[in-house]
Design a binder for this molecule. Structure first.
Ligand SMILES: NC(=O)c1ccc[n+]([C@@H]2O[C@H](COP(=O)([O-])OP(=O)(O)OC[C@H]3O[C@@H](n4cnc5c(N)ncnc54)[C@H](OP(=O)(O)O)[C@@H]3O)[C@@H](O)[C@H]2O)c1
Length: 341
């Protein structure tokens, strides 16, 4: 069988471009004892891929030039010499941008959904971004009923789940997103109490209207201006959750710092970053709660799906242009192989 792949061709400087990835076809190795072969059905596109392409982040090794592009996926085990994971299992893990991945199940983040779940949800509300929202909001944001929760990047994979968990915990939730359609989705379908289109609305006056008494919890995916404006509106003992800073990911220089940071002192507030990998030992707890909320309808899942393996570079570029509502995914166009004993 031929294994289609995308390899890292060049490290990006500034915006990611499609030519930073190179198409390749490789042969599949024979499985050795303990290994299994996963056929990937859906690929997850994540902003963190940029830092790994650049080799600029301390929490993950840089992808070598010519190496298979790293990324999460969900798929089926189609052959197994592993004593624990049988053929047919629905597997989640860092399978990379390729049709097939050989793994042992001992890799960090590898997980078998048993019983299987909606594969889009496996990478969205029940996947890495859902768990990021879960731990960031609950462990660091510590939302209380009646709190005003502001979420940036609110219509994306992580932000949409963070806001919905805030609603479940009794917060008043305001989202910031990049189009009118995204804002309408947040309010009309996800039950947010308000939404601000940062590309069109005047952010300062919109925050004054929607957060008139200030902000208790800010779940920040974006950084930059929105972080600074939120810092100016913190209530006493507020919590600022630094999940991400996508507004800086495509800059070549260092952005200026938030001028309103001193309000942390005046309001005795806390600003704290985190990484999902800090919580590896608690993934089962998060998946249990997220799955219960998802199955009860309290947590909704949406994805923007690009079709076909060859669309992976296009989808990755589009992620940074805000083309997604909810989780950004690519669905494989490869027919599912018949399981091999
Ligand atoms: N700490 C962790 O462990 C962890 C784990 C996962 C993700 N994250 C972070 O969480 C954030 C969201 O990740 P995600 O996977 O859920 O992606 P996502 O939000 O689904 O997709 C990215 C979104 O960011 C928005 N965006 C792009 N450029 C922007 C800019 N300059 N200013 C404001 N918004 C911009 C776009 O939506 P608009 O149309 O609204 O602009 C785009 O749809 C990222 O910062 C990511 O690095 C952190």
């Amino acid at each position: 069988m031929i294994n289609r792949q995308f390899l890292l061709a060049e490290r990006p400087h500034g915006a990611i471009q499609e030519h930073h990835l190179r198409y390749n076809e490789a042969d599949l190795p024979e499985l050795t004892s303990g290994q299994m072969l996963v056929q990937v059905e859906y690929y997850s596109l994540d902003p963190s891929m940029k830092g790994q392409m650049e080799a600029s982040v301390s929490y993950a090794a840089g992808i070598p030039i010519g190496g298979v592009m790293r990324g999460r996926g969900v798929g089926r085990v189609i052959a197994s010499r592993n004593a624990v994971v049988p053929v047919g299992a629905q597997a989640f893990g860092f399978f990379g941008m390729q049709d097939f991945a050989v793994c042992t199940g001992d890799e960090p983040h590898f997980h078998v959904f048993d019983p299987p779940v909606n594969p889009q949800a496996a990478l969205g509300v029940l996947g890495g971004t859902g768990m990021t929202a879960y731990f960031g909001l609950l462990d660091i944001g510590k939302p209380q009923p009646g709190d005003t929760l502001l979420v940036s990047g609110a219509a994306g994979a992580t932000g949409s789940v963070a806001g919905q968990i805030g609603r479940i915990k009794g917060c008043r939730v305001i989202g910031v997103a990049g189009t009118a359609e995204k804002c309408a989705w947040l309010v009309e379908e996800l039950g947010f109490d308000g939404a601000i289109n940062y590309r069109q609305d005047d952010l300062t006056s919109a925050l004054d209207v929607l957060c008139p008494d200030g902000i208790d919890v800010f779940f920040d995916n974006v950084g930059g201006d929105i972080l600074d404006l939120a810092l100016a509106r913190l209530k006493l003992h507020a919590r600022v959750v630094l999940c991400g800073g996508i507004s800086r990911y495509e800059l070549t220089g260092k952005p200026t710092g938030p001028g309103n940071y001193f309000n942390l002192v005046l309001t005795r507030s806390r600003m704290e970053g985190f990484l999902l990998s800090d919580y590896l030992s608690r993934f089962d707890e998060a998946r249990g709660d997220l799955r219960a909320w998802f199955e009860s309808g309290a947590l909704k899942q949406r994805a923007t799906v690009y079709e076909g393996f060859r669309s992976l570079p296009t989808a990755l570029v589009a992620l940074f242009q805000g083309a997604n509502t909810g989780k950004m995914l690519v669905r494989s166009d490869l027919q599912l192989e018949a399981p091999q004993p």
